[in-house]
Ligand binder design. Structure first.
Ligand SMILES: Nc1nc2c(ncn2[C@@H]2O[C@H](COP(=O)(O)OP(=O)(O)OP(=O)(O)O)[C@@H](O)[C@H]2O)c(=O)[nH]1
Ligand SMILES: [Mg+2]
Length: 629
């Protein structure tokens, strides 16, 4: 099967874009009588040819006039490569600059620079000028040539260059989720509603069911055409026309998309990183990274993505980061590239005309507190342009695999239960919270037979009861729809401790099993309902070991510490001991002092310690000169 590529034209009004398409394809891109009468492209046009390699190349021809730049954007949005046209006789002009700013903001980096009308003027000046303009943009260094649509000079070389360009383009994934931005919708007698668009990736088959955004109405592909031929299926990149069953012509228009159900997030709230800002309409203006510029986004921007356009309210989050509230919901993935334009002050200075941005989150949490924006900015500043499952889970804590898939993330970690994915830190802290909730439940209602799972779900504010069950690892236990704190196996707790204290102590012991030398802090003790009196009772009952006034560990922690310290080079510093015991100074210092008092370690004159009975091995040690010490 032959491969299809799609290239979009760009360039100032009247510079000869449509004439080139006509000369290359023999097709008329100016579809409207009005366009042909005025000799000017108003809306998108199309034409295609077969390249020498046998691949097919479809062109999307855009208008150059500034009044129709939104049509240009609808055409360029989903296309991966450009044929940038500059007339030899006029050279670089304002819409050359504006189109370049748009392409660069969209991140388009593949294409050809074509200096046309070479029959009217020597192309070398325009060529040098255009190359200089492209140099600081994403299109820097693309292949360039001079042609004439009038005489045909240079056209064979142009076709060869297009062939090379097309074969060098990355091959889109035919299994990628389908999102076809509609650029035309019309009805045809006998076949009903037809929509056309550029399919950037993925595959559409005859008979497929897709949904129309934003209504999410299902439609069926009755018939499929690509480059004028009826086909059974088409894979991106391709120009396609779909004959749809299940929708009237009036219900579809440019800017809507046909998407694969479940694979896109329809959202009206996104967090974005502004990538590049171009002062487009000022010919010759350079590009800035938003980080260096301190440029403020305006209060409202027009957002363009694919063939869609909507207004958005901007909430700045921090340098180069913003939250956009979209007037119309769009089907998006994280990592999508969008274009921002200022609808108000065109060319007025201050805010430049266009900016490119990447979508970092398509379902951002609501910013409730004051100052929340700063925290979000610090978090998002560390994210790559293509966020991963780990990034998104770190922010959201818990996500369903299906929600992540709709955000555009296929690879994800093992679910904690069902299709629930959890951030490891969040999961640990939920497990801690569960202990606290259960201990306080046991304290307030000692006679209750455990805590109902639904009550625990509500207390932890979890979206699904199955998450509570998944969290219930020992010492927590589920039976008869309720959660209990079980006695550790083989350990019969001292009968003199009240049940509420026992429950809390068991949670503490579970903490200490996971991290034996991290003594619970005051906050943890308070949340578990353990006051100094109940801690003292637990110590008397042999359930806890008191190391100092504020440090308690599990019984046997002293021997366990000694075993670990014996593996260190002797003598060792407090810092080395702290590291080996995987603890903090708050526990390490009292623990070492405890071991000194117990005669397990000995503190030396230089503040280092040796394990009693362990021979010093460090050659540089002050003590090592005394043999046999
Ligand atoms: N002499 C000469 N004239 C050309 C050439 N290419 C285009 N023209 C003429 O330039 C005028 C504009 O050409 P178009 O192809 O319509 O220009 P365009 O870039 O498509 O214009 P818009 O779509 O309105 O932006 C027409 O009168 C063409 O006949 C060329 O290579 N040589
Ligand atoms: Mg034209």
């Amino acid at each position: 099967m032959s491969v299809t590529h799609v290239v979009v034209t760009a360039g100032h009004v009247d510079h000869g874009k449509s004439a080139l398409i006509r000369a290359l394809t023999g097709m008329e891109p100016d579809r409207w009588a009005e366009e042909r009468r005025r000799g000017m492209t108003i809306d998108l046009g199309f034409g295609w040819l077969t390249l020498p390699s046998g691949d097919h190349l479809a062109f999307v021809d855009v208008p150059g006039h500034e009044r129709f730049v939104t049509n240009m954007l609808a055409g360029a949005g989903p296309v991966p490569a450009v044929m940038f046209v500059v007339a030899a006789d006029e050279g670089w002009m304002p819409q050359s600059a504006e189109h370049l700013a748009v392409l660069s903001a969209l991140g388009i980096s593949r294409g050809l620079l074509v200096i046309t009308k070479s029959d009217l003027a020597d192309p070398s000046a325009a060529m040098a000028q255009a190359r200089a303009q492209l140099a600081p943009t994403s299109l820097s260094g693309i292949e360039a040539m001079a042609v004439s649509a009038e005489t045909g000079a240079g056209l064979p070389e142009l076709i060869a260059a297009l062939d090379r360009l097309c074969r060098s383009l990355p091959e889109p994934d035919p299994g990628a989720p389908v999102r076809l931005w509609i650029d035309r919708a019309f009805s045809m007698t006998g076949s009903g509603t037809v929509v056309t668009g550029t399919l950037p990736a993925g595959s559409v088959h005859r008979g497929d069911e897709l949904v129309v955004t934003p209504s999410m109405r299902p439609v069926r592909v009755r018939e499929l055409q690509s480059l004028g031929e009826t086909v059974q299926q088409a894979s991106g990149t391709a120009r396609v026309a779909l004959n749809l069953r299940g929708i009237s012509k009036d219900a579809v228009h440019r800017g809507m998309a046909l998407v694969q159900a479940g694979r896109w997030t329809l959202t009206d709230l996104i967090d974005v990183r502004v990538k590049a800002i171009g002062q487009a309409a000022e010919a010759g203006a350079g590009w800035q990274r938003p980080d260096d510029s301190g440029v403020q986004l305006p209060r409202n921007v027009t957002v363009h993505v694919g063939s869609a356009r909507t207004i958005a309210r901007v909430r700045p989050l921090g340098r180069a980061l913003a939250r956009l509230s979209l007037a119309d919901p769009l089907p998006l993935h994280v990592g999508d590239r969008v274009l921002l334009r200022d609808p108000g002050s065109r060319n007025a200075g201050g805010w430049p005309t266009v900016a490119g941005a990447v979508v970092l989150d398509v379902a951002p949490p609501i910013l409730a507190r004051r100052g929340a924006a700063g925290a979000v900015a610090r978090l998002l500043a560390g994210w790559p342009d293509q966020p991963t499952a780990g990034d998104l889970l770190a922010r959201h804590g818990l996500l369903r695999a299906s929600a992540l898939l709709a955000m555009g993330i296929v690879d994800h970690p093992q679910p904690v239960t069902g299709e629930w994915l959890a951030d490891p830190d969040r999961w640990r802290s939920l497990s801690h919270q569960l202990g606290e909730v259960l201990a306080s439940h046991a304290a307030t209602d000692p006679l209750a037979a455990g805590m109902p799972i639904e009550a625990a779900r509500a207390a932890l504010d979890l979206p699904d009861r199955r998450l509570v069950t998944a969290l219930a690892k020992p010492p927590f236990q589920v039976s008869c729809g309720a959660l209990h704190i079980a006695k550790p196996a083989g350990q019969e707790a001292g009968p003199e401790l009240p049940e509420s204290v026992l429950a809390a102590v068991r949670v503490l012991r579970a903490d200490l099993t996971a991290a034996p030398f991290l003594s619970p802090d005051a906050d943890r003790l308070r949340k578990l309902g353990l006051d100094p009196r109940s801690i003292a009772a637990a110590v008397r009952a042999g359930e806890l070991m008191r190391i100092s006034d504020h440090v308690v560990l599990a019984p046997g922690a002293d021997a366990a510490a000694a075993a670990i310290l014996a593996r260190l080079d002797q003598p060792f510093t407090a810092a080395e001991a702290r590291q080996a015991l995987e603890t903090t100074r708050r526990t390490a210092i009292p623990l070492l002092e405890y071991l000194d008092r117990a005669g397990i370690t000995e503190r030396l004159a230089d503040d280092r310690r040796v394990l009693r009975g362990a021979a010093p091995v460090s050659a540089g040690s002050v003590m090592s000169s005394e043999p046999g010490s």
